[in-house]
Design a binder for this molecule. Structure first.
Ligand code: SF4
Length: 134
């Protein structure tokens, strides 16, 4: 439990209930930060980044892996296919898409904005809004 009484589960529940609702406000808030002192914003962002990831457990969340299209290296393919007990080519056919121009593999999922995808980013932005009002 943190100073905010946040746990992984209640932070994720808050994120699910509010991330899309606050998306426009968060967009305009983040744009407004360009008018503020860069040093102050950077200091608060670093503190909140550490705080957010001390609450959220990425191994329990895994939302970015499900909703973004991360680049998957040959080393990743060998490791993940081995973990799943699949042959390399079977894993590639089931879960990856080849980007011929960039010569890389992408996970076959969609993209969305950061605070909507990541509960830690949502927490950081919401807390930043509170702190910048002080
Ligand atoms: S979406 Fe954010 S909190 Fe969830 S696993 Fe990815 S980085 Fe971690």
């Amino acid at each position: 439990m943190t100073a905010n009484n946040k746990t992984h589960d209640n932070l994720v529940a808050d994120w699910k209930a509010n991330a899309e609702k606050h998306d426009d406000d968060n967009y305009w808030f983040l744009r407004s930060l360009k008018q503020k002192s860069g040093k102050k914003v950077d200091r608060i962002a670093l503190e909140l980044h550490q705080e957010a990831f001390s609450i959220v457990d990425c191994m329990k969340c895994a939302n970015c892996c499900r909703t973004l299209r991360p680049i998957v290296t040959e080393e990743d393919i060998a490791r993940i296919a081995g973990h799943l007990g699949m042959a390399r080519d079977e894993f590639v056919a089931a879960y990856l898409e080849r980007d011929e121009e960039q010569d890389r593999y992408l996970s076959t999922m969609n993209h969305a904005s950061n605070a909507v995808v990541c509960p830690a980013v949502f927490y950081l932005v919401e807390q930043m809004r509170k702190r910048m009002k002080r």
